[in-house]
Design a protein around this ligand. Structure first.
Ligand code: ZN
Length: 310
């Protein structure tokens, strides 16, 4: 069993409208935009990162906004709900705020003994907030949401699977342990993780496979400390029979990717070097940053990418 995984690193999803996506995550949810760059594999499209002050692994929601992309169709083989952690007593504030903003499908409930508010992002994204009194992570509070309510980072993500078995085995190989099962949802926990420690598995044997589109999660990334740990994980996965990509330099972290038995795309990303690699922490996310291989496209991209703020 591996001991290098530290919890979630980031979750990457698809959107249709970059400005709408930016407004929702920075203004409505009060996260910090920690990086404004492009999709390294398709530089005509933004890659936007939202998180805490530094973009700490375990706090970072990222989006590829593809103009004119059609909505995804929720199903199996993908992340169902991405869940953020907020302080105890904060959900009343959030419910009022989300209602006032016209956010869709707001519902209160309880999950594994914690109060939970589910809602939809601008493209139907499956999102939720959970009150977690034990979360000691520091929030970003310069985005208009105060310390008593602000998002601390990810709490968990759910995987929707037709058959959970092999994915559950994989997560245990990655260091996760069974926590409990509640209303048919199986929770796994990474002991001693970075705070974004839970994966919930929803088994839906009859459901169709999800179709990727706006509002869909593209992949979910797990954190490792550094490149040496990443290579150990890569070798272990290869030895177990997984098809794993070579290490890819994403400028702010190094990545490997592999498709899980249940169809979800997993990434293992390093905590190093971080989002302050090419701009200081005070100005993270303010300007368009381009990786070296796309720097020559700057003038064209600045003319073609949709402005993020009106
Ligand atoms: Zn990623």
């Amino acid at each position: 069993m591996l001991n290098q995984i530290e919890g979630l690193h980031h979750v990457t999803a698809m959107a249709r409208d970059a400005a709408e996506n930016n407004a929702f995550f920075t203004r409505t949810l009060g996260l910090r935009r920690v990086k404004q760059t492009v999709n390294f594999d398709e530089p005509s499209v933004y890659h936007l990162y939202y998180g805490d002050e530094a973009g700490t692994p375990g706090s970072v929601m990222t989006y590829f906004p593809f103009p004119n992309i059609i909505r995804g169709r929720p199903g199996t083989g993908e992340v169902g709900t991405t869940v953020f952690s907020v302080p105890e007593g904060a959900l009343k504030f959030w419910q009022e705020r989300l209602v006032a903003e016209g956010v869709g499908d707001i519902a209160t409930g309880e999950s594994f003994g914690q109060k939970r508010l589910t809602f939809r992002g601008p493209d139907g994204d499956g999102l939720a907030l959970v009150e977690d009194a034990t979360d000691v992570r520091s929030p970003w509070t310069a985005g208009g949401v105060g310390d008593d309510e602000a998002i601390r980072g990810f709490h968990s993500a759910s995987l929707r699977l037709r058959d959970a078995g092999a994915t559950e085995e994989l997560l245990k190989f990655m260091g996760y342990e069974n926590a409990e099962t509640h209303k048919g949802v199986k929770r796994l926990i990474l002991p001693g993780g970075n705070g974004a420690d839970f994966i919930d598995i929803e088994t839906l044997p009859e459901a169709p496979r999800g179709d990727l589109g706006a509002g869909s999660v593209h992949h979910i990334a797990f954190a490792v400390e550094d490149r040496a740990s990443q290579l150990e994980v890569r070798k272990a996965l290869l030895d177990t029979g997984y098809q794993v990509t070579p290490v890819i330099d994403r400028d702010y972290f190094f990545s490997i990717y592999f498709r899980t038995p249940g169809g979800v795309l997993f990434e293992i990303a390093t905590n190093e070097p971080g989002f302050d690699k090419d701009e200081d922490t005070a100005h993270l996310g303010a300007a368009l940053r381009l990786p070296r291989q796309h720097a020559h496209l700057r003038a064209r991209l600045e003319a073609s990418l949709q402005p993020l703020e009106a």
